[in-house]
Design a protein around this ligand. Structure first.
Ligand code: ATP
Ligand code: MN
Length: 479
């Protein structure tokens, strides 16, 4: 068997002292023809491998270069050097894959995130991205664990769909037509009847509508899958392809929804604090170093770990949109015209700068805003009795702004149909959706959490392109 190896994580944490073991990994550095820092991706830490002088061929030593893959068998001994408790005294060393040090783009020094984004196929081999993608895995696992423990059913909502859940129209079309030569009607328009699905289709922007259908039978469900938006937002918080978690609960109102979201966020952050401490510590230090470049007033008030602990230990602030507008309108920032978008009247859509002001400057903790004006929210949100607002809730997080968007859904058929007509949503085409309201409708609620926004929050990274393996954004679909 080839792969009779011990992972470096286990070597460093386990009880293998004085045992013969085999490890495999990639060279991070090689010093004095003697000391190899070997990393196999199982942990942020490297294993120090010691090659006794004179014991190994010169020709082999020459091939031990940064990036090369090695198989080492040796005895694990206590280390006298500083920086590690154990080291591997090599008996056998084999190069599995050479790496031309002249050409290997990753040098043993700090690279900029922009540069690493261009070599995203290799950035997994850096400490930063190793930590990020181990945390991404753990978060995904914790999410499934949370819902499983609560008795939710994991629903695979379709990726190709004929509906645009938000009605926002920012979708990617799916077709099997030859785009140079699609089948056309006599009037020159495209004949979708001849297309693969017999009608226009697109990549999903949200699995919510399908999740609602399932929730009104299975009770509590959640989706966790990729979503696609052709929004031309070239921001550090938007991707064209991102992952979303969308729970949907029957027999629930807006308060149940907020409670679930808050419990959920606290649970998964706690999970990461307990299970990914080494990687978090690494990223926390990285962030502190990076912030030293910034002026004092732009630095975070809390260190990363402190911030995460703070979120798990404190209740989120809950207030209405109307209350938030009052706070923003009367804020010094607004009066001194510090906002790019001034807050002058009830009804405006909150910008990221407003959300961050509430979270970072005013309340200094995560905030849940509820009861938004219906004009700025989706058709499916339940209308409140005031005739002006809907039972929506957004959760705003420090450094990011909106991280969760949710609502109690409109379960009353007549009210829903009326709202859909007002908003020009094709009622006939959505008969399948309305059927849930026709047959045994119940109060229900849910939310969507952008997985990469959560990743930004947890890792302290500032650009969403750095928390997904291969980011898709305007003019970029590399790898
Ligand atoms: P924003 O105002 O930030 O564009 P949105 O109102 O379009 O967000 P929703 O439609 O409510 O967002 O989507 C639910 C969640 O998905 C958001 O709370 C956010 O966490 C995430 N999200 C939305 N758009 C993107 C995107 N382009 N890239 C990454 N995550 C996103
Ligand atoms: Mn958006």
């Amino acid at each position: 068997m080839f792969n009779k190896r011990v992972r470096i994580k286990e070597v460093l944490e386990g009880d293998l002292l004085n045992r013969e073991i085999t490890v495999m990994g990639w060279v991070r550095t090689f010093r004095n023809n003697q000391f190899i820092a070997l990393n196999d991706g199982s942990t942020n830490s490297n294993l120090q491998v010691v090659l006794e002088l004179g014991k190994f061929d010169e020709s082999l030593l020459k091939r031990i270069t940064t990036g090369a893959a090695l198989k080492i068998t040796g005895i694990l001994v206590a280390s006298l050097g500083k920086g590690q408790k154990v080291e591997l005294k090599a008996q056998k060393a084999e190069v599995l894959g050479d790496s031309d040090a002249e050409k290997f783009p990753l040098q043993p020094k700090k690279h900029s995130l922009e540069f690493l984004r261009e070599i995203a196929h290799l950035r997994f081999r850096t400490n930063t991205f190793g930590a990020i993608f181990r945390i991404r895995h753990s978060l995904a696992f914790a999410i499934h664990q949370f819902f499983n423990q609560k008795g939710f059913v994991y629903l695979h909502s379709p990726i190709i769909t004929a509906s645009d859940a938000e009605g926002a129209g920012e979708t990617f079309h799916v077709t099997s037509f030859d785009l140079e030569n699609p089948t056309k009607n006599e009037d020159g328009s495209i004949n979708y009847k001849e297309d693969f699905f017999g009608k226009p289709t697109n990549l999903t922007v949200s699995g919510q509508l399908e999740a609602e259908l399932a929730a009104l039978a299975l009770g509590d469900v959640y989706t966790f899958g990729p979503t696609f938006r052709a929004e031309n937002s070239n921001t550090a918080r938007h991707l064209a392809e991102f992952w979303m978690i969308e729970p949907e609960m029957a027999f629930s109102d807006l308060e149940d929804d907020m409670n679930l979201a808050e419990e959920f966020i606290k649970y998964i952050i706690k999970y990461i604090l307990e299970n990914n401490r080494e990687d978090l510590d690494f990223l926390a230090t990285r962030l502190t170093e990076e912030e030293k470049q910034k002026p004092q007033n732009e630095r975070s008030e809390m260190r990363l770990i402190e911030k995460l602990e703070f979120v798990t230990n404190n209740d989120f602030e809950r207030l209405t949109y109307t209350e938030a507008i009052e706070i923003l309108k009367n804020s010094a920032a607004n009066k001194k015209k510090k906002f790019q978008y001034p807050v002058d009247k009830w009804g405006i859509d909150l910008q990221s700068e407003h959300e961050r002001y509430l979270v970072e400057k005013h309340f200094k903790k995560p905030v849940i805003l509820i009861n938004y004006p219906k004009e700025i929210k989706a058709f499916y949100m339940r209308q409140n009795d005031d005739g002006k607002t809907v039972a929506a809730m957004d959760i705003l997080a420090p450094g990011i702004g909106e991280i969760v968007g949710g609502s109690q859904r409109e379960e009353r058929l007549d009210v829903l149909e009326k709202r859909m007509r007002e908003m020009n949503i094709p009622v006939e085409e959505m008969n399948w959706y309305l059927d849930t309201r026709r047959f045994g409708t119940v109060p229900h609620a849910g939310f969507g959490l952008g997985f990469e926004r959560l990743m930004l929050f947890v890792t302290g990274m500032t650009n969403i392109r750095d928390v997904i393996p291969f980011p898709r954004f305007p003019k970029n679909a590399e790898f």
